[in-house]
Each structure stands twice: as structure tokens, then as C-alpha cells.
Design a binder for this molecule. Structure first.
Ligand SMILES: Nc1ncnc2c1ncn2[C@@H]1O[C@H](COP(=O)(O)OP(=O)(O)O)[C@@H](O)[C@H]1O
Ligand SMILES: [Mg+2]
Length: 246
């Protein structure tokens, strides 16, 4: 498998009230095509910052990021906007669905923005809602869906443009264990069956244990790697993580 994501010596600082926060301190990593990687670390370790840089939502101070051979830091703003829209799917802890639209309309939204032909968008949206087991909820507005269902709509929406890369930031942070387990199963199936490349950040061993590989971030540096191989062995990941993140 070839590398889809290459991150080299990434640094990111934030300036806040004259304080300098060094959020990423020389992070390097690769993610192979079709791989499901979790990035695990405590609150404040730099997980969201790293995910945003990989997705082109923000720019690093130094270092390089290439996704599918495209160098994000060298893109114009316009190119980076198109990159985000066409190459990357992103799922957040908050589902970010539009409350007045149905599940189906929420899924269709990104392609309507991109001006693609309607029948094609519609069949793709039906297909994706079926993939996330929500065919019978297409006409529901978000307020009539459970948290887990809303997140599954958000995942379907993120996949509409057939992204090269799916990024997820604490996707199950607001969900009960049963709903979280469904989301993990869904992500695992996407990697296994659709060869979707996934980078998920989390502070939970039970979430990370679904990934092929877990990278551990501590105070802005990667301090180690756990080969979880989709084992779902949360106890193993938790104990290795406790050693690495100490
Ligand atoms: N926009 C920002 N301005 C100032 N500091 C920030 C900003 N975003 C994140 N930080 C700081 O950078 C560090 C890493 O944050 P973040 O990447 O959000 O960590 P995590 O997602 O692991 O909780 C933290 O110390 C956080 O307070
Ligand atoms: Mg975060």
C-alpha cells in the first residue's frame, strides 16, 4: 500500500494574550492508502490541531503535509478550499447538521454546493444513508434522530464527495457506549470494505482499539505507536497508552 498522507516535522504555535502555545512540536507520520489510524492523546495534546492541519483547515508554522501527493501548505487559499471540499471528509464531535433540513437533504448539501447534477447526487445520498443503516430515517430532521443517528448522517455527508481521506475528531465523544460502538463498527467496515483511509482522533482506548494503528500524542509530540490491528482490545490499548502517555 502506498502512503496517502505524509506529514513531516510539523510545528504549530498559537499566540493567545501574548502567551505562546507550542501545540505541535515536530510531528511526522504517514498513513497508507486504506489504513485506519487513530491518534490518541490527552486533552490539550494537539490532536485537533494535527487533524485540522491534515485536512487543510489551518496552516502549519513549518513542516510539510501532503495528501494524495498534494502539498497543502503550498496551495493557494482557493486551491485549499477545493481540496477540503473534494478530497477530504470531516466528522466532528458535534454533528453540525442543519436543523431545518431532513437527513437526506443534509447528506446532499455538499454536492449541491459543488454544482453537480441532481439525479446523481440523489442516488449517491440514498446509497450512503443505506450504508449507515438510515434508509428508514431519510425524511427525519435532526431533532427527530438520536445522537448516534445524527452522527451517522454526518458520516454519510462526509463521504458524499468520495473523499480520499476521512478525518474524525472525537466522533463518539457525545454518544453512549452502544451508539459509539455502532459508529466504530461503521468506520471499521468503511476501512475494510471500501478501503476508506481514516484518521480519527480520540482520548478513549475503546475508540482507538478499532483502528489498525494508534499513534500516541503527548504535549505536541508523537511518543509512540500501538499496533492494534482492529482488535478492539481496549484493555491492551489502554495499558500500552498508559506507558506511552505518562
Ligand atoms: N485557536 C487557538 N488559540 C490558542 N491556543 C490554542 C488554539 N487551539 C488550540 N490551542 C492550544 O493548543 C494546544 C493543543 O490544542 P488541541 O489541538 O485542541 O488539543 P486536543 O485536541 O488534543 O485537546 C492546547 O494547549 C490548546 O489550548
Ligand atoms: Mg480536540
Amino acid at each position: 500500500m502506498s502512503d496517502l498522507v505524509r506529514v513531516d516535522n510539523l510545528h504549530k504555535r498559537y499566540r493567545l494574550n501574548k502567551e505562546n502555545v507550542h501545540a505541535l512540536r515536530g510531528v511526522s507520520l504517514t498513513v497508507r492508502q486504506g489504513e485506519f489510524v487513530a491518534i490518541m492523546g490527552r486533552s490539550g495534546s494537539g490532536k485537533t490541531t494535527l487533524l485540522h492541519l491534515i485536512g487543510g483547515l489551518d496552516l502549519p508554522d513549518s513542516g510539510s503535509i501532503t495528501v494524495a501527493g498534494l502539498d497543502i501548505a503550498r496551495m493557494s487559499d482557493r486551491q485549499r478550499t477545493l481540496f477540503r471540499r473534494r478530497r477530504v471528509g470531516i466528522v466532528f464531535q458535534a454533528y453540525n447538521l442543519l436543523p431545518t433540513l431532513t437527513a437526506f437533504e443534509n447528506v446532499m448539501l455538499p454536492l449541491m454546493v459543488d454544482g453537480q447534477a441532481l439525479p446523481e447526487i440523489e442516488s449517491r445520498a440514498h446509497e450512503l444513508l443505506s450504508l449507515v443503516h438510515l434508509s428508514d430515517r431519510e425524511a427525519h430532521q435532526p431533532s427527530a434522530l438520536s445522537g448516534g443517528e445524527q452522527q451517522r448522517v454526518a458520516i454519510a455527508r462526509s463521504l458524499l464527495n468520495r473523499p480520499d481521506l476521512l478525518l474524525a475528531d472525537e466522533p463518539t465523544g457525545n454518544l453512549d457506549p452502544a451508539a459509539a460502538a455502532e459508529i466504530w463498527q461503521l468506520l471499521r467496515n468503511l476501512a475494510n470494505e471500501k478501503q476508506t483511509t481514516i484518521v480519527m482522533v480520540t482520548h478513549e482506548a475503546a475508540a482507538a482499539a478499532n483502528a489498525d494503528r494508534v499513534l500516541v500524542l503527548r504535549e505536541g509530540s508523537l511518543v509512540g505507536e500501538i499496533e492494534s490491528q482492529g482488535s478492539r482490545d481496549a484493555a491492551l490499548v489502554a495499558s500500552r497508552y498508559a506507558e506511552l502517555a505518562r
